[in-house]
Design a protein around this ligand. Structure first.
Ligand code: ADP
Length: 423
């Protein structure tokens, strides 16, 4: 069996898949584990990603889970650790990016790491430490309205500095443009100044490919998924199609969506406008104790045989705010995650074997409810979103699943994904 050489810890499930996707595209065979596995890895892989659901939990809990993941990865013999967070640097006022990074640095006995969420393929770029989402600064993008992690400052040096006692610096685009030797020199200079974490500018894949070699041998890398495109070369891996091969898709098709991000709202709209069956979940009926899960599954029973169905709680910001004002944001979020997850499980029990889940937190809840502990990562549908293959108690022969982070995917993603899977 090939020993995994790169060990990754992701702070949410869709983010883990996004990272795995970039590693697969760069030629690594990747297995993603849901939570910290109880047993050693029993399959061939060049990289393994441990997916946590630690983005919005209390910082102390996020630290504890991340350290458990680290210990398991070290026991598998990995040579480098990659702490993956969102390409929009999603964090709460308490962290958890800073606190988890500090804890991993201490456990690894290292005094320097980088931090960059840049992912140019998905229009996330970092310039002079400021994060852009498409043409907008982070704090002017839809992220300012995120239900759990509203982002109100685009200056990542400032955002990260507020989360850590470690000194935070910047490796700016002029240095990155000069290549890995210049980046290494800048790292040495920053270290000499007492800087322990450096935000790195990157506005193009070329920047990330220049950054990659400079990270060779760095015990800990922290980043969004973009930095991963420049790392496999450090492990003598070259791009090839074999890394993405999955069994052929089969069974019924469904989408569940608990994401309220701008892109998901458009994708839900597109699916409805294309005339396909879609059912909206009313959060207030769930809160009132109605058996919305049973209703949704009864509805699905009448449509599933004809093609893909969509069940969603996705809503525009004003509707989300109204629900949150009545129920509280955390309570509404958890309640809807549980409901969507129960519906996903019911759909799989009805023969769905190609399932799209939209929403990071929602994906975590669904994967847990389905009892999926490990997935092999296949080919990319859209940047950051691959099909995956997993065995579940209700699908012992295996099923295809894709976990779509809120703001990822083209407008016609839900339709395109099934067409892609069928080819
Ligand atoms: P994204 O990837 O878009 O951030 P997530 O699933 O991570 O999506 O987060 C969306 C959160 O919003 C979840 O906790 C979800 O349960 C919650 N949510 C979903 N629909 C609604 C709604 N209609 N009103 C309030 N909260 C909602």
């Amino acid at each position: 069996m090939t020993r995994a050489r790169l060990g990754c810890i992701a702070d949410d499930f869709t983010g883990a898949t996004d990272l795995a996707n970039n590693l697969v595209r760069a030629g690594m065979r990747v297995v993603q584990a849901m939570g910290v596995p109880q047993a050693p890895l029993d399959t061939d892989a060049d990289a393994v990603v441990v997916a946590l659901k630690s983005r919005t939990i209390p910082a102390q809990d996020a630290i504890a889970e991340s350290l458990q993941a680290l210990a398991w990865l070290q026991a598998q013999g990995v040579e480098q650790i990659y702490f993956k967070y969102c390409s929009t640097f999603d964090s709460t006022a308490q962290g958890n990016i800073g606190p988890v990074t500090d804890a991993l640095m201490a456990a690894l006995g290292t005094d320097f790491t980088i931090a960059t969420p840049a992912f140019p393929d998905n229009h996330r770029t970092v310039f002079k430490g400021y994060l852009f989402v498409g043409d907008e600064l982070l704090n002017e993008s839809g992220m300012k309205n995120h239900p759990l992690t509203p982002m109100t400052d685009a200056n990542l040096v400032r955002v990260l500095q507020a989360q850590t006692p470690s000194r935070v610096g910047l490796i700016d685009h002029r240095v990155v443009a000069q290549g890995d030797a210049a980046i290494r020199a800048r790292i040495d200079a920053l270290k000499a100044e007492g800087v322990r974490m450096a935000v790195v500018d990157a506005v193009s894949n070329a920047d990330l490919m220049r950054l990659g070699p400079a990270l060779k041998g760095m015990p800990l890398v922290t980043a969004g998924s973009g930095v991963a495109i420049g790392l496999p070369g450090n492990f003598d891996v070259v791009p090839g199609e074999d890394a993405a091969r999955l069994p052929a898709p089969q069974g019924l098709q469904a989408i569940v969506s608990g994401s309220c991000s701008v892109a998901t709202n458009q994708q839900v709209m597109d699916f409805i406008q294309s005339g396909k069956p879609a059912l909206a979940i009313d959060p207030l009926r769930v809160a009132a104790g109605k058996d919305v899960t049973a209703e949704a599954l009864a509805w699905a029973d009448t449509h599933l045989a004809q093609g893909p169905v969509l069940v969603y709680s996705t809503a525009e910001p004003s509707a989300v705010r109204a629900v949150q004002a009545k129920l509280g944001s955390a309570q509404a979020g958890a309640m809807l995650e549980d409901t969507i997850a129960a519906i996903a499980r019911g759909l799989v029990q009805r023969g769905v074997r190609q399932l799209i889940v939209a929403g990071g937190e929602t994906s975590g809840a669904c994967v847990q409810a389905l009892g999926i502990t490990q997935m092999r990562i296949g080919a990319q549908i859209d940047p950051g979103v691959p099909w995956c293959h997993a065995v579940a108690p209700d699908a012992p022969e295996g099923m295809h699943v894709t976990l779509k982070s809120g703001n990822f995917g083209s407008r016609d993603f839900f339709t395109k994904a099934f067409a892609h899977g069928a080819t």
